[in-house]
Design a protein around this ligand. Structure first.
Ligand code: ADP
Length: 208
């Protein structure tokens, strides 16, 4: 087990999967600085920008991202929760931004689990379509949308690990988590995943 009190500062833990694929947990850090092929934006349905990670991505990436979002809205209208759309990364180090809309947390609402899982699946599907190798996710829905972090981390990780079993191109997923509490929740979810499936080839490494 990894002691969570070691999850401080700029920290990366790597979960190594079969087929030379990996899932990393990095933070506390700002996703706009990521050099993966794509970064994921926790957008809202209007795609016209907002607060949190959405605001940070548009500020750092410049107007080309918003322009591309406007074109998507003109074509398909608002983006429903659980769906994803891809644009340029503008001035970001990442070439692409994949915008996905998480569910707004409503206690006891049964479909939200599936909607949150769908955000991760659809984002990975778009990355795979573009033959991208690496993608970085923030913790979707756990900011303004109020999803409990522990639950969201378990859904995010289980969905990513399951989807990575089916990808040909995407082989590296990085969760870039903004605060130590969120990072700790994702690391705990990774530890639980390993505990529950000791027969798998998952192993945890301290990467840096
Ligand atoms: P949502 O509306 O889906 O809840 P938010 O942007 O409000 O999206 O929050 C989602 C997560 O992203 C939260 O954990 C928040 O702390 C985090 N976050 C905010 N800014 C950044 C950033 N620049 N890089 C990475 N994560 C961020």
């Amino acid at each position: 087990m990894i002691a969570l009190d070691r999850v401080v500062g700029d920290f990366t833990i790597r979960l190594v999967l079969k087929g030379n694929k990996s899932v990393e947990f990095h933070g506390p850090a700002d996703i706009t600085r990521e050099t993966t092929d794509a970064i994921v934006n926790a957008a809202n349905s209007s795609l016209l920008g907002g607060g949190g990670v959405d605001g940070a991505i548009h500020r750092a990436g410049g107007p080309a991202i918003l322009e591309a979002c406007r074109q998507i809205v003109t074509k398909i209208g608002r983006l429903p929760a659980g769906k994803a759309a891809i644009t340029t990364g503008g001035r970001l180090p990442a070439k692409h931004v994949i915008h996905t809309v998480g569910p707004i947390h409503q206690p006891g609402h049964r479909t939200q689990h599936e909607t949150l899982a769908s955000c991760y699946r659809e984002s990975l599907r778009l990355a795979e379509e573009q033959r991208l190798k690496s993608i970085a996710f923030p913790s979707i829905s756990t900011g303004a949308y109020g999803y409990p972090v522990k639950e969201a981390a378990e859904i995010a990780l289980a969905t990513v690990v399951e989807t990575l079993e089916t990808t040909t191109y995407v082989s590296h997923v990085r969760f870039v988590l903004f605060d130590a509490g969120t990072l700790g929740a994702y690391v705990t979810a990774a530890e639980q995943l390993i505990e529950s499936d000791r027969s798998s080839s998952l192993q945890i490494e301290k990467a840096s």
